[in-house]
Design a protein around this ligand. Structure first.
Ligand SMILES: NC(=O)C1=CN([C@@H]2O[C@H](COP(=O)(O)OP(=O)(O)OC[C@H]3O[C@@H](n4cnc5c(N)ncnc54)[C@H](OP(=O)(O)O)[C@@H]3O)[C@@H](O)[C@H]2O)C=CC1
Ligand SMILES: O=C(O)[C@@H]1CCC=N1
Length: 265
């Protein structure tokens, strides 16, 4: 892959993406990371924008700082927008218009929402471009993000709040499922360590099964586990009740989407 990348912010998500890029043979000399606290990484790390090597011309500036600090951070990078770089923001809730205000109306900006499985090449990122993003920039962003998983594009920025609520935050819901399944196992009489092992292996195994059976709907995989009048049916009667998981998930996703909208204001 021959793209030069400036990664601004290398915390949980920036770090997940970076490790995905490095695993997939992005050349280390093509990446500069800005991280105020420093970091032990096999790429050049600087503490602030003024430490970026003279002459480094990123094709893509990836913005992976918290939405709340974006306004303070961004002006130091506006020169790269003027030089033709595309800005790829992964900040929840930050709109294309807010970047245009800070970088200039002609700046090329992609608002994107990845997720942490990017660290193992199994992320999914949804991207939304502004009008200044041409086909070549779109291809660059796709190439970068496909290095860490699947990529989809939407033209309607209004969909990004729901995207954030489903796939951006979604891994946390799955990890919570593993945590709560383990606790329920304990409550049913298992030792804590065995319950945790069972829950983890079950979530990982079921995820992998769904991954490999790409053509089968999750509903079909669920039915495959469910014997008539058996144990799974007994549990699903609880989970699929009117006030069960579907209602709870709908409320959870709506709350996340609402928060994404709030972060924009
Ligand atoms: N975590 C996730 O699952 C996902 C997060 N996102 C988005 O990714 C972004 C980052 O989130 P996340 O990785 O969780 O947060 P983190 O706090 O883990 O990462 C942010 C990083 O940015 C650093 N930072 C702070 N100020 C600056 C600066 N001026 N210049 C460069 N770096 C700076 C922070 O350093 P320090 O800690 O020293 O302040 C930190 O390492 C957010 O906008 C979030 O909305 C999107 C999808 C999924
Ligand atoms: O919780 C957050 O705000 C970020 C965005 C999606 C996942 N984590």
């Amino acid at each position: 892959m021959s793209l030069s990348i400036l990664l601004v912010g290398c915390g949980k998500m920036g770090g997940a993406m970076l490790s995905g890029w490095l695993d997939r043979s992005l050349r280390a000399e093509d990446v500069v990371v800005v991280e105020p606290g420093g970091a032990e990484l096999p790429v050049k790390v600087v503490a602030a924008a003024d430490g970026i090597p003279e002459g480094f011309r990123p094709d893509v500036v990836v913005l992976a700082v918290k939405p709340q600090v974006m306004d303070d951070v961004l002006p130091a990078y506006a020169r790269f927008a003027a030089a033709g770089a595309v800005f790829l923001s992964i900040a929840a809730g930050r709109t294309l218009a807010s970047f245009e205000r800070l970088l200039g109306a002609d700046a090329a900006i992609v608002r994107a929402m990845p997720n942490t499985p990017a660290a193992v090449g199994r992320g999914i990122t949804v991207c939304c471009p502004n009008d200044a993003v041409g086909p070549a920039m779109r291809d660059q962003c796709t190439m970068l993000l496909e290095a860490v998983g699947q990529v989809a594009w939407v033209e309607d920025e209004g969909q990004m709040d729901a995207v954030t609520a489903v796939s951006g935050s979604g891994p946390a819901y799955v990890f919570l499922l593993a945590e709560t399944l383990a606790r329920a196992g304990e409550a049913a009489g298992l030792p804590a360590s065995l319950a945790a092992q069972l829950a983890r292996a079950t979530v990982c195994g079921a995820g992998e099964l769904m991954h490999r059976c790409g053509d089968d709907e999750p509903a079909q995989l669920r039915k495959n586990v469910t014997s008539p009048n058996g144990t799974t049916a007994a549990a699903l009667d609880v989970l699929m009740a009117d006030d069960g998981l579907a209602a709870l998930m709908e409320r959870a996703v709506a709350a996340a989407a609402r928060r994404s909208k709030e972060l924009a204001s």
